[in-house]
Design a protein around this ligand. Structure first.
Ligand code: F6P
Length: 318
């Protein structure tokens, strides 16, 4: 009997549970035994592996976070540590592993694949920074959370005739800020793709103030600049009273939206289909309306297609 395992790793993302559920249920459907690895690669090395049944994944499709837990575990870069993980899996007779996470998770999966465990990567991160898929599991939920926050900030900004500077997550990827800024009708969006030109930003906000706009929203990707400093500069230069808000980890929580649940379910099922055919070393992605898979190595080195829709939007915003 084929034995496979499923694991979530790196920053958690809403929709990971839907993917876990799909992997478990499809695997059982095909007659496999299926195991959950708890707390990512760290838990794998520590042997936190348990057999899962259909019932173990009931009522989780709608829940945020990950029932398997997650961890960041840089020690996994060491070959001797990865060997312990391989030995743990072999002790259970597990030959295939589905990993759900971001690029760090993919790197671990690629190494394990080279060490003889057939690994399939599913893109799970709110950052949408994996180039081998149009969207990552969790992105749409986090996006909705950010848009809800911007809507609320707009209410209070309007009442007080203020400018709000909102910092959102994304690591090195501006998708959350870009999409949320557009959906929230923000006045200015600053992302790693647009770059930051302080004077251009101040001029644009002052112009909107001079046009008698009573409030403004500026959305910024984390790590680009100090939002408190930018707020002070805006206040001094434009006449707007300004407040900074860092949304932080609130963006990672919450029940997954339907899009994330459906995409995660399809990806989980696809992963099991590949393992059924004894195929490993693949990363699954959504391309348009289709599920596709790439060599996981290629997925890690792929560059975003700058001509695609989202970067087209950035181009127009520049
Ligand atoms: O990768 C997801 C993410 O939430 C990033 O947007 C953010 O930069 C990072 O994780 C935060 O990591 P941690 O939860 O380890 O502080």
């Amino acid at each position: 009997m084929k034995k496979i395992a499923v694991m979530t790793s790196g920053g958690d993302a809403p929709g990971m549970n839907a993917a876990v559920r799909a992997v478990v249920r499809s695997a059982l459907h095909h007659g496999f035994e299926v195991y959950g690895v708890y707390y990512g690669y760290k838990g794998l090395v520590e042997g936190k592996i348990e057999k899962l049944s259909r019932g173990d994944v009931s009522r989780i499709i709608n829940r945020g976070g990950t029932v398997l837990g997650s961890a960041r575990y840089p020690e996994f870069l060491k070959e001797e540590v990865r060997q312990i993980a391989v030995d743990r899996l072999k002790a259970f007779g597990i030959t295939g592993l589905v990993v759900i996470g971001g690029d760090g998770t993919y790197r671990g999966a690629q190494s394990l694949n080279e060490m003889g465990i057939k690994c399939i990567g599913l893109p799970g991160t709110i950052d949408n920074d994996i180039s081998s898929t149009d969207y990552t599991i969790g992105f749409h939920t986090a996006l909705q959370t950010v848009v809800d926050a911007i809507d609320r900030l707009r209410d209070t900004s309007m009442s007080h005739q203020r400018c709000s500077v909102v910092e959102v997550m994304g690591r090195n990827c501006g998708d959350l800020a870009l999409y949320a800024g557009i959906a929230g009708g923000s006045e200015f969006i600053i992302t790693p793709e647009t770059g930051f030109d302080k004077q251009l930003t101040l001029d644009a906000i002052r112009d909107s103030h001079l046009r008698n706009k009573r409030h403004a929203i500026v959305v910024v990707t984390e790590h680009m600049l100090d939002v408190d400093e930018l707020s002070k500069d805006i206040e001094e230069f434009t006449g707007y009273e300004t407040r900074a808000t860092v949304l932080g980890h609130i963006q990672r929580g919450g029940d997954p939206v339907a899009f994330d649940r459906v995409m995660a379910t399809e990806m989980g099922e696809y992963a099991v289909e590949l393992l059924k055919k004894d195929i490993g070393g693949r990363a699954i992605g959504l391309s348009g309306l289709n599920m596709i898979d790439y060599d996981i190595k290629e997925a890690l080195t792929m560059k975003s297609d700058v001509s695609n829709k989202r970067y087209g939007l950035v181009g127009r915003l520049k």
